[in-house]
Write a new protein. Structure first.
Length: 274
């Protein structure tokens, strides 16, 4: 049987709603073609002959549903993406947190890289922290994604020469091992990041986080799902904590408790309770 070339309105609605209920990812009529092309790809690779049969498969097979979610998500990332954010992280957020932690007799900074894709973001954060944290301070980084394929690549920590373009010569020499076809993140950095599968629609179970990076992720959610995710972030964070979202994303107009914060380097959001 030939592969279905398009979705009927009923089929589009069924898949759109099921994906939304499972993940919060929203497909509108304007990006319908993306969903259709990804479904065609899964039909081709799974060998399932028709779109209705495939719908039955994802609703009864959690493994295939996770594979579909992996397929429909966009995983674009790079090392030190958005330099302004990393400058703010290094020159404002970390100094402020170190000061705050010292005043409380604490020495651990907890970070979550949500939607980490293939690992460039959490590894970038770890390299900076290795260099700038004062003696006696420790850090803990959890990195999560909806894509199992991306998480496997992140755990391996191998990147082509093109992928490490954003890494400074200092960090490249210090924290990477040169291989014939690219670079491998050294264990010194790799062992500082815990990678985990997580669907942002659910509570991560994490608490007392000091920093969350969730950039270019909630843009794929509708407003209701965005608010749900952002409020979960707030509940998981310490009383003095920072949230980085994507350059094209904003919490403006949303019913959240985060404060907008503008620094000399970049803007972000802050949870600040006395």
């Amino acid at each position: 049987m030939p592969i279905v070339k398009f979705l009927t309105e009923v089929q589009f609605t069924k898949f759109r709603d099921y994906i939304y209920d499972a993940s919060g990812i929203h497909f509108s009529s304007s990006n319908r073609t993306i969903l259709e092309s990804r479904l065609k790809d899964r039909l081709r690779k799974s060998g399932i002959p028709g779109i209705d049969e495939y719908y039955k498969e994802i609703t009864s097979n959690e493994g295939e549903m996770k594979t579909l979610l992996d397929t429909v998500t966009t995983n674009l990332t790079r090392f030190f993406r958005n330099a302004a954010h990393f400058k703010a992280f290094e020159h404002y957020v970390i100094p402020e947190l170190v000061k705050y932690k010292k005043s409380r007799g604490e020495n651990l900074i907890k970070i979550w890289s949500a939607g980490c894709s293939t690992g460039e973001e959490p590894y970038s954060l770890s390299m900076v922290l290795k260099d700038i944290l004062p003696p006696g301070f420790k850090y803990d980084i959890t990195a999560s994604d909806l894509s199992l394929k991306c998480l496997m690549a992140a755990k391996e920590g191998f990147y082509s020469e093109q992928k490490v373009n954003g890494v400074s010569a200092k960090y490249l020499q210090k924290y990477f091992e040169k291989k014939p076809n690219g670079y491998l993140v050294k264990d010194e950095i790799k062992n500082t990041v815990k990678f985990d599968y997580h669907n942002l629609k659910a509570d991560s179970g994490q608490r007392n986080l000091d920093i969350i990076f969730c950039r270019n992720v909630i843009i794929y959610f509708d407003e209701e799902a965005q608010i749900n995710v952002i409020n979960k972030f707030y509940q998981s964070m310490n009383n003095h904590a920072y949230l980085f979202i994507g350059h094209s994303e904003s919490l403006f107009g949303m019913d959240t408790k985060f404060e907008f914060l503008k620094t000399d380097f970049a803007t972000m959001y802050r949870k600040f309770t006395k």
